[in-house]
Design a protein. Structure first.
Lengths: 291, 758
């Protein structure tokens, strides 16, 4: 590892000023759980790291708005999100997902902003947050703007963020009685990266699915919404046959790739079977944001 | 059952002597060692699997600020004229010379006072190779035109390798044969013939402390601090390489953070010794976790097994053909081939046996000893095969095993008569703990349940020597000097208990000195579950010698026999003050007879047998193939345990390690390039992967040649695990997997094939 500069600005604005729009070797570092591995492996050689640990405290805050919206500062650690009573009340699927995300040591230091900006397709929260319709506040030299979370991801370890932009805040809209679940499939050990992650968010009334959002991760380059499967479920009464049909539709439409976690054929089978299981588990879960 | 316990030091679950130092972070490890003026070495590795070295360009690395020196293989000739090492063959260059034989082989080293500078500079080295045809599969390599080593170079230590001297145009580093009875006649007379083929994958030891060595060369002597399981071997081999007498080479070993066979023989020691001699400064090389994958591994193997079974269900003939994928350097592979090879037919009483076992060179990272020394690969094959036969014959797998099991007093395939080998007792205990004869819930719907058994045995490597010294100081305190390495298995505690039993002291009062070849006497190595038996006997003899000398001193002082005068008083009366020492010495080598070269037969194959069996209950998700081990039972014959708690953790630790090799661990290669050399992509089991219920037990047994009836137990927990799980999967869903690891996808594919969807 080559020597590099480490700066520790006191504010987000100052941190943005330390970044360089044209230089990918100048990067922000939050928890560092991904970046340090890349540095140790020689995949990333920084000229300057901009540590975010001393920026304003409000970027660590987790707050519930009166209407049920959740606002999570980008510097909130995964462990603090996992333990947040607001998150457990308004979006319990996030709490449940975090319990099997990486391990306690990683969750204690990794931040939600870093988790999303890393854009590794194997991460668990991106598909979940897409299914919940989350938004991000992006901060840069020109100020702040909001984007839908699915707009963040461009490819493998690639986001739309410019080198002088950062995620400032995550906003999860009111879930208004939706029921959600995330199914993590690991191929080797329990703490392995997922071979497939399936996030399902349903709005159900009188046994009829009014609306569904189905998003997969890990098996595709970016979190991918499965429109055909959603169409099968829209307006349908819930039974095993319809869930199986949705699973078939999902397996047919998803552009799944083979990797060391499993062949494309096997991951399609996991999706075929897992979609119904995830939906069943969403329906068994308490509705998000109970009124 | 005789109770040899008189004083209660042996047979009690004493707490580990080093436990407090370890949990408080005070235990000594080589990783923490920094010597004044020390340089760090970073290895530059080959990127091709097989190639002739055309050019190594070190100029940019050498020019980098802070780099002391860049060293290539050719540079080493200045301090070591013939820089090839190895326990069985002198085939491995300290740094590649002329050729590279696997991707990841050490080619050059950068030395710098700052390890980060060394690492950065190593990335500036470039090398060009003329690529040569490479071979990776062990069966293909046995007859391939791609030759890994132009000429075989046996080390000359082992008589059964001498015939290989100078052999050319072959990748077969050792061919071991065993012929008992007439296997073809046996097949001809049999009622049914069964033939199956199995494969195991290449895996890694994954000690949590990666390999690390430091050498400090002086004008006429060298000291090597190393995380090694074999300090005495390191001393002898470094002395040989340097052409020095042994007494100029000092090897010191503190605690190890795990070994499992990875830290045997020479790993980094020859490299740091050569580097330190070249630059005349202390040199440390510490591998990363990732680099361990390119250092030593466990043999992948292809195993073919054919059995003839008589109408009454007795196995009458068995032929086994085993190819061991040794990788690019032999390491101790030829020993695995022979020492494990002769048990390839399993713990069964079979009249006609024919075994062919081949150590084969390939262009992959070298393979050596890993907890079981080849036995888990063999048991995987013969216990899967045994179950397949039982199923085909419609017999209960337990009853079929019981019918054929090798009983006390019967000859094993080599002709050696089985003694103190509780095979049947282990099988019975396993059945009892598995409640084998009781009804079993087989599940329903998409969740199906099954159960399976596996039992294996292993001979101790022989003949090997251990020497121990015990001193009694004038205040009566006792020190034990032994070159057995406590790498986490609890040998310090066990050896102290043995000495304490003889000397009537609390084990906790005995100081155990760690290996230092200037101080502690010779021991072959800490490997193959040999320490409790071999070093245990040496320690017992050393303690008895000290006790006898104390008695002689008492007699010399005119005390009546049986006088209980405190030891300090004896010294005071003899020397007039607190002065003097009693030095007790014990040395042990068991009797042994080499197998005949042509037939593999011998009347005395091993000083003792290790027996281990496993039973597994599994739950299979028929839609995804996911395998959950709900129960894992391990039973072993450990003789009479010196420390029952440590015996139990050795069994459960071995079983969990083998569980990883069974379900998830696999080194994946593409054209000889390892594609998952990190713990993020090579998955060892975590706590969430452990079976819901786990039981480990030792049967009541006694090893008559062992200290206080004990024998080794470090590997027995690994033997039966893989086939027990595969047999349970078959029992649950009727599919048979013949290759490890048993992944969910493999089960799902097999289920598809069974339904005709292949």
């Amino acid at each position: 590892m080559k020597p590099f500069d480490l700066v520790e600005p006191r504010s987000l604005a100052e941190a943005i000023g330390c970044l360089d729009r044209d230089d990918p070797a100048v990067r922000p570092i939050a928890g560092g759980t991904a970046l340090m591995l890349m540095m140790k492996a020689g995949l990333f050689r920084p000229l300057r790291l901009v540590s975010l640990r001393a920026i304003e405290e409000r970027f660590r805050r987790i707050a519930a708005e009166p209407d049920g919206e959740l606002r999570i500062g980008a510097m909130a650690t995964l462990a603090s999100v996992e333990r947040s009573p607001e998150v457990a009340r308004l979006a319990p699927v996030i709490t449940r997902t975090l319990r099997r995300l990486a391990n306690r040591r990683v969750r204690n230091v990794a931040t939600i902003g870093g988790h999303l900006a890393h854009a590794d397709p194997h991460l668990d929260l991106p598909p979940v947050l897409v299914a919940l319709g989350a938004r991000l506040i992006i901060a840069g030299p020109a100020g702040e703007h909001a984007i839908a979370i699915e707009a963040l991801f461009k490819g493998y370890l690639e986001t739309v963020l410019r080198h002088d932009e950062m995620i400032a805040e995550l906003i999860v809209p009111p879930q208004a009685g939706r029921q959600s679940a995330y199914l993590k499939c690991t191929a080797r050990s329990a703490d392995d990266w997922p071979s497939l992650g399936i996030a399902v968010s349903l709005s159900v009334a009188g046994g009829i699915i009014r609306d569904s959002r189905i998003v997969i991760g890990a098996a595709t380059e970016t979190p991918t919404r499965l429109a055909a499967a959603e169409a099968v479920l829209r307006g349908a009464a819930i039974d095993d046959a319809i869930l199986r049909r949705a699973g078939e539709a999902a397996a047919a439409e998803a552009a799944i790739v083979s990797d060391q976690h499993g062949s494309a054929a096997y991951k399609k089978q996991l999706l075929r079977v897992g979609l119904g299981r995830a939906a069943r588990s969403a329906l068994a879960a308490a509705p998000e944001a109970p009124r | 059952m005789t109770k040899p316990l008189q004083r209660g030091q042996v047979g009690r679950s004493a707490r580990r002597l080093e436990g407090r130092a370890k949990v408080t972070g005070r235990a000594e490890y080589v990783h923490n060692l920094r010597l004044p003026g020390m340089l760090y070495g970073k290895i530059f590795r080959s990127t091709v699997a097989h190639g002739r070295i055309r050019r190594i360009d070190v100029r940019a690395a050498q020019a980098m600020a802070g780099v002391e020196r860049v060293v290539t293989g050719e540079d080493l000739h200045a301090v070591i004229p013939n820089p090839y090492y190895g326990p069985a063959f002198h085939d491995q260059p300290i740094l590649a010379l002329e050729k590279v034989r696997y991707a990841g082989e050490p080619v050059a080293v950068v030395l710098a006072a700052d390890p980060h500078v060394a690492e950065e500079a190593a990335q500036l080295i470039t090398a060009e190779y003329d690529e040569l045809p490479a071979v990776f599969d062990e069966v293909e390599a046995a007859s391939s035109a791609a030759i890994v080593h132009e000429v075989l170079k046996p080390a000359g230590i082992f008589p059964d390798l001498k015939h290989l001297e100078g052999r050319k145009n072959t990748n077969v580093a050792l061919d071991f044969h065993l012929r008992r009875g007439d296997v073809e006649a046996g097949f001809a007379a049999a009622d049914r013939i069964f033939e199956h083929s199995f494969r195991t994958q290449q895996v890694m030891h994954t000690p949590l402390e990666p390999m690390v060595s430091v050498a400090d060369a002086g004008a006429s002597a060298i000291t090597i601090h190393t995380a090694s399981q074999s300090p005495s071997f390191v001393r002898i081999e470094i002395a040989r390489l340097l052409g020095w007498p042994e007494n100029r080479v000092r090897v010191k070993v503190p605690y190890l953070g795990g070994g499992f066979g990875a830290k045997l023989y020479i790993k980094l020691e020859a490299l740091v010794a050569a580097l330190s001699l070249l630059v005349r400064r202390p040199v440390k090389v510490a591998l990363t976790m990732e680099e361990q994958f390119f250092t030593i591994t466990k043999h992948a193997a292809t195993l073919r097994i054919k059995s003839g079974v008589a109408a009454d269900g007795r196995i009458v003939a068995r032929r086994c053909d085993v190819w061991w994928n040794g990788g690019a350097y032999a390491d101790v592979g030829p020993r695995v081939t022979q020492k494990s090879g002769f048990t390839a037919a399993g713990p069964y009483d079979i009249e006609n046996v024919h075994i062919e076992s081949y150590a084969v060179y390939t262009n992959l990272p070298p393979a050596g000893a890993l907890r079981g020394f080849g036995i888990p690969q063999l048991v995987w094959a013969y216990e899967s095969h045994t179950d397949l036969i039982a199923r085909a014959l419609g017999l209960d797998p337990l009853e079929f095993r019981r019918k054929n099991i090798l009983r006390e007093g019967r000859p094993q395939a080599t002709g050696t008569i089985m003694r103190d080998a509780a095979i049947e007792a282990v099988l019975d205990r396993l059945a009892q703990r598995m409640k084998w004869r009781e009804p079993f819930d087989r599940g329903s719907g998409t969740l199906r349940r099954g159960r399976g058994l596996g039992i294996g045995f292993k001979a101790s490597i022989a003949p090997t020597t251990s020497v121990a010294i015990i001193t009694i100081a004038a205040d009566g305190s006792c020190v034990l000097y032994s070159s057995t390495v406590d790498m986490g298995q609890g040998s310090d505690t066990a050896m102290a208990q043995i000495a304490a039993e003889v000397l009537d002291l609390p084990a906790e009062a005995i100081r155990v000195v760690h290996p230092d070849t200037d101080v502690t006497p010779y021991d072959m190595a800490t490997l193959g579950s040999r320490s409790t038996y071999h070093m245990g006997n040496a320690v017992k003899r050393a303690a008895e010698d000290a006790r006898d000398k104390l008695a002689a001193l008492a007699a010399e002082l005119g005390l009546p026999p049986g006088s209980n005068l405190p030891w300090p008083e004896l010294f005071r009366r003899k020397y007039g003050m607190q002065a003097g020492n009693i030095v007790g010495v014990g040395s042990f080598i068991p009797s042994y007879a080499s197998p005949d070269h042509d037939t593999g037969l011998t009347a005395n194959a091993t000083p003792f047998w290790m027996i281990g069996g496993a039973g597994a209950e599994v739950e299979i998700d028929t839609e995804t193939g996911a395998v959950r081990v709900t129960k894992l039972v391990n039973v072993a014959d450990a003789g009479t345990p010196i420390n029952p708690a440590i015996v139990e953790t050795q069994l459960s630790g071995g079983a969990i390690m083998q569980l990883g090799f069974t379900l998830s661990e696999e080194m994946q290669f593409r054209d000889g390039q390892l594609t998952n050399a990190s713990l993020a992509d090579y998955k060892i089991p975590g706590f969430h992967d452990l079976p819901t219920a786990m039981e480990s037990a030792a049967v009541e047994a006694q090893e008559h040649g062992g200290p206080f009836g004990a024998k080794g137990v470090g590997e027995s927990g690994t033997f039966g695990v893989s086939p027990a799980i595969a047999n349970a999967i078959d029992d649950a869903v009727g599919v048979r997997l013949s290759a490890l690891p048993l992944t969910a996808e493999a089960v799902w594919r097999a289920l598809g094939e069974k339904r005709g969807e292949a």
